[in-house]
Design a protein around this ligand. Sequence first.
Ligand code: SF4
Length: 349
Amino acid sequence: MSVNNSANKILEEIYEIKKRLGKKLLILTHHYQTDQIVSLGSFAGDSFDLSQKAASDKEAEFIIFCGVHFMAESAAILSASNQTVQIPEISAGCPMADMADIQSVKKAFSQLEAIVGTKTTTPIVYMNSSALIKAFCGKNKGLVCTSSNADKAFDYALKRREKIFFFPDEHLGKNAADKLGIAPELVILWDSNKKLGGYKAEDIKKAKVIVWNGYCPIHIDFTTSQILKARRDFPEAKIIVHPECQREVVKISDASGSTAYIIEYVKNAAKNSIIFIGTEINLIKRLARRHPDKKIIPLYASGCKDMFKINLKNLLKTLKKPGAYNLITIPDEIKKDAKKALDRMLTLT
Ligand code: SF4
């Protein structure tokens, strides 16, 4: 059978299952998925949109999450007891999420509290993290944030406590602090391999925001030299980047925001605009196809290997066993605390 024939056969089977399950099935797809997977989904979004959708759709019994593991976990935390969550490829993870493990985070937080006292610091965790870490934040009056609301989460926290401990993304943490006008000297980078993160007690006391030293291997690829070159080649171009990019990159761009923000930015740009984008390549290519009247150019081609792990074959395999294959389950105790942290995020306005 040719490649096309076999893909068509898989597609037919997927359509048939979707038709049969109707509203009992909810396929959530992240914007970084391929066009084909996105076209098969019930709803496409960034991690914030998808977590809202998972929390609000009570009709679906089977939620299939086409994204990476931490996203499916978040959907499982927010889902009701009669809903199941599955991911087509269980090994689709996130290298950034793996940079903060629960033991290291707990250890760092207790070292911090030993210096600055308890109830002085709000732990904030980026959505890109394990359920265990979200539960830790929920238990400690902290919250989850995404790239679309990190600054609001910081503002929420600073109205209640003096300091923020943010993990795992150094860059989103620094960019959110910048957005709130927090002086860079009040933001320190915690090196998880060093005692007290590599600082003296007095440095920690002075800091307002402490950020973990994690990063996204895809967004770290964007540099200020790429932006300077783009501006030399196309002086009229606009540059927009994701806030997981380094602070210097964000600073010299024309705009920065979550995937949902980038999509809106391109949609609202005038005809014939030239826009360079610094984020995952699947999304940029889709935007270029959707807006042929504008010139959409990747600042650099950087793709997320884990997002690419979801394909037609493993999607079909999952759909054939609704509620039974590659299930994401979270123990009740962890779910309860992690939900507190996610619910706090969902109330941010
Ligand atoms: S793009 Fe970066 S942050 Fe997103 S899933 Fe891939 S590695 Fe993780």
